[in-house]
Design a protein. Sequence first.
Lengths: 210, 620
Amino acid sequence: MDQTRRAWLGTMAMAPVVLGLAASAAGERRWQDIPPREQIRRRRLPNVPLVTHTGRHVRFYDDLIRDRKVVISFMYAHCEGICVPVTHNLVKVQRLLGDRVGRDLFFYSITLKPWQDTPAVLASYAEANHVGPGWSFLTGSRADCETLRRRLGFTDPDPKLDRDPKNHAGNVLYGNEPLMLWAACPGQSEPEWLVTEICSQVDRPVTAPA
Amino acid sequence: MPGAEPRWTRLRRAAFQARQEIIRARLTRREMLKLGLLTSAGTLAAISGLSDRASADGGGGCGTSPRTRSFVEPLPIMPMLPPVPLAALDPPPQREPNLAINPATGIEFEGRGRFNGKVRPGTDAFQFFDQYAPQQYFLTRMKETRVMISPDLPEQVLWGFDLGDSGPAITPGPTIVNRIGVPNLLRRVNLLPPEGQNGGFGIPSVSTHLHNFHSGSESDGGPCRYFERGQYFDYHRTMAFAGFDSTHPGQGDPNEMLSTLWYHDHRIGNTAQNVYKGLAGFHLDFDERDTGQEFTGFHLPSFPNFDIPLLLTDKVIDPDTGKVCFDLFNFDGILGDKFLVNGKIQPFLDVKKRRYRFRVLNVGPSRFYQLFLTDPKHPSTRLPFWVIANDGNLLPTPVQVESFTIGVAERMDIIVDFAKLPGNPSTLRLENRLVQEDGRGPNDELHAAGKGDQLLEFHVGEVVADGSVDPATQPHFLDLPSTNEAPRITRHFKFERGNGQWQINGRFANCDQIRFRVKRNTAERWILQNDSGGWQHPIHIHLEEFQILKLNGAVVKSGTVDRSRKDVVRLVHNGTAEVFLRFRDFRGDYPMHCHNVIHEDHAMMLIWAVDDVGDNKTEP
């Protein structure tokens, strides 16, 4: 039975069929010592090149995420549905947070339609929504923006829904990268509650070291 | 398979079957690399859709767990948390929260009295504290712990609870055993490691809920009452049945006995990662009927030798590091490909040829199980057993079944008679045959017998004395409390998903919003409706357990397992549940939420409150 399975698996992998492999004992493998922060970076925070709405060329992890507290959402400029209330909400959140945005907390909105949203389009969007400093709208190659969407978890297991950009504009992700603290909540939550959720996640520790 | 099946579904099914084949073929990592099935990073190659999330998450998830052997280690049995003298609690417990500032931490000694991170002076004093003054005290400290979950994996650094003695913490936590009629106070101390030392997930800001106990909101361990490192939190238990200050003054309604409960982290927004990290354990209550001794009361198998809690979790192991991996960037639901019982991957249990009571608990995070007993030599043999309690609440009388379904947070107490199984098997397994491929829920298909997830193997030994009652004699346990009382109001709740956001009646979790108010000591009817498309949700309501009157339009028949007192109801695809609830004795705020903890953390929750007036919001 095992041989049949291996044969079938080998065929599926388009590799030569290997029969009669001797099963080696379990427990002989060596585990890699990868720091958890590094593992999160490798898996979920790709260092893809992006362009901000002010025309600055950046790398996602190196320039935007590393050592920072961040708030991340997805949008596209000509979105008439969900993006509008979420953006309006986040503008209120930004105001409630005051001048710390851009100082020790950074807002990023990544476009779901990079083929439409050039830096100039995103700049007009930011201006039209009265977005304050410390909030970057990001575009890039179609592949890189798609990689970011998938790696940051803004997906749907239903492929039909997954293809619809509107479905990915609802949630807001926030984190404290060096402390490996990440959480997300709906972008249409009340702005005061969003501030509470974001701060209680990223502004840590709250007690003196014991 | 039906020909009309979409290509995508076929691909996912093929990927799922391929993964199952690899597991069954027991290929080693080297063999898999040679076959081109594994990438050098240790994740399954994204060929022929082998990794079902390869396309969804761009390869960013935890990957596929490395191979581990099955049934090579015994099932751990969690020790009981011993009581401590009052003097062991320093500073001493008090009715009002201890809001004095601890100079060592710069914040209050006690976390009680905080709500949503802010101190609210004058709140959260224990209700009924003088009437039910503690006669027993418990202490446990939440700490990092190093454990082996499989001999084939390295040591894991998880979080757990100690035995109150400053010794190492354990996960699952110690089993807390309480007695009806003996009020108690339990102190939990947060000594978790500081931020940045969490091994990749877990937040050292916690709230420990006692699931299904009839608690005042200050002792409930709800989502908004989280406390911080260096703080303690005292929980008071009246150890009286529901109705003690209303319908049945004094000890409450004896038919409201709660037997199998569990405690778990409930911290808003972070419950999934903290429970996955290990912050959960059993809590059992006994009284003069469910005594824990088979020669007294209902004659149920004696605890702890023949009454064994089984805590089920499914996890993913990082194939690079061998460490438990929690994907912080999954907002749909997390399915593990390793099955742990009481903290070990696929253990075995030596049993005698007699009756046992097993208390099965599904800790999640997102999986539904349909559990069978399987004789591995004759998998097609049907092996019946008895359900005696649903969600830890004893039924009127045992119900014979060949399987049961259990969603996250549900409990099922079963009696297995190893002396009377057809074919007299010497080895049998607890097997999950429900097919589930993602966080949306099962699709109601079953694996063939013997081809499902093998959770636990029983090795049946010799015949020994058995003083426990034979469920076949149909012993009578507890009557179901009447649901004839006219509900004061019927409320409707829709559980939905929109733009990737989980919602109830179109709104989201918010500790600062009391969505509706229930009048104390009244009954209500709630209609819970799943409008979220292809998703299933186990819905949990705090304070008092409820009874399901109708499920998906049909009256729940007496003599079935669902005709019971429940605290979780599974809303299947487009399903509805009509439930009858009472809100007795306590005032305060409580949540209702999805117990797929990923959905819960992403806002499928609301807060309601009990007061002396109530409101008339029918779609709050």
